[in-house]
Design a protein around this ligand. Structure first.
Ligand code: GAR
Length: 210
């Protein structure tokens, strides 16, 4: 099975979804490592409860981003993952550390990319008066939330929605989206090549819908 390392910074509900899907047999992956930049990340407890090895590296102990990311990715590489999943990992990553992982690292982001890279996506979608909101899973490149999108999931924005209500409703869909994308990668149905994202051997003209 695909060897998967997951990077988190907080709650870890997307990690939980992966753990649950693996446990139920829906997802044929091995979760080999959960790494966090925050010692207090709740998601670390989910990993421990599931018997997954954890790694905590607090950036405060490194002089700069490049040094921290080099150490983080060296430690991840030592676990030999086939895929790295950023699931609520709230740090920008150094281009040099990312380079060897091109096509083998994905991120889930709470917006319909290319709309709203960065933070406060729910608030920004509301402020813009959007009718639709959503989440995206994309291959990670040095550009923040800018790599090729594999799949997105959409939700309607309802009258009375707040950033919190949107975030809550979207989160349930994020879990489904992330598990589906990891499944496609585990089945080798999805792949990043030099000219874009391929699915079932064909170049995708647009991202998939979950
Ligand atoms: C998720 O909504 C994820 O899309 C978002 O953080 C949350 C993590 O929740 N990620 C980003 O904003 C990345 N820039 P979780 O810890 O419960 O999975």
């Amino acid at each position: 099975p695909l060897r998967v390392a997951v990077l988190i910074s907080g709650r870890g509900s997307n990690l939980q979804a992966l753990i649950a899907a693996r446990r139920s047999g829906e997802l044929a992956i091995e979760l080999i490592l959960v790494a966090s930049n925050r010692p207090a990340a709740e998601g670390l407890r989910h990993a421990e409860a599931a018997g997954i090895p954890t790694l905590v590296l607090d950036p405060a102990a490194w002089p700069d981003r490049a040094a921290y990311d080099a150490e983080l990715f060296a430690r991840i590489a030592a676990a030999a993952p086939d895929l790295i999943v950023l699931a609520g990992f709230m740090r920008v990553l150094d281009a040099a550390a990312l380079a060897p992982w091109a096509g083998r690292i994905i991120n889930i982001h709470p917006s319909l990319l290319p709309k709203y890279p960065g933070l406060h996506t729910h608030k920004r979608a509301l402020a813009a008066g959007d009718a639709l909101h959503g989440a995206s899973v994309h291959f990670v490149t040095a550009e923040l939330d800018g790599g090729p999108v594999l799949a997105r999931t959409e939700i309607a924005i309802e009258p009375g929605d707040t950033p919190d209500s949107l975030a809550q409703r979207l989160l349930l869909r994020e879990h489904v989206l992330l598990c589906q994308c990891v499944q496609w990668l585990a089945q080798r149905r999805a792949e990043l090549r030099a000219d874009g994202v391929y699915f079932d051997g064909r170049l995708l003209a647009q991202s998939l819908q979950v």
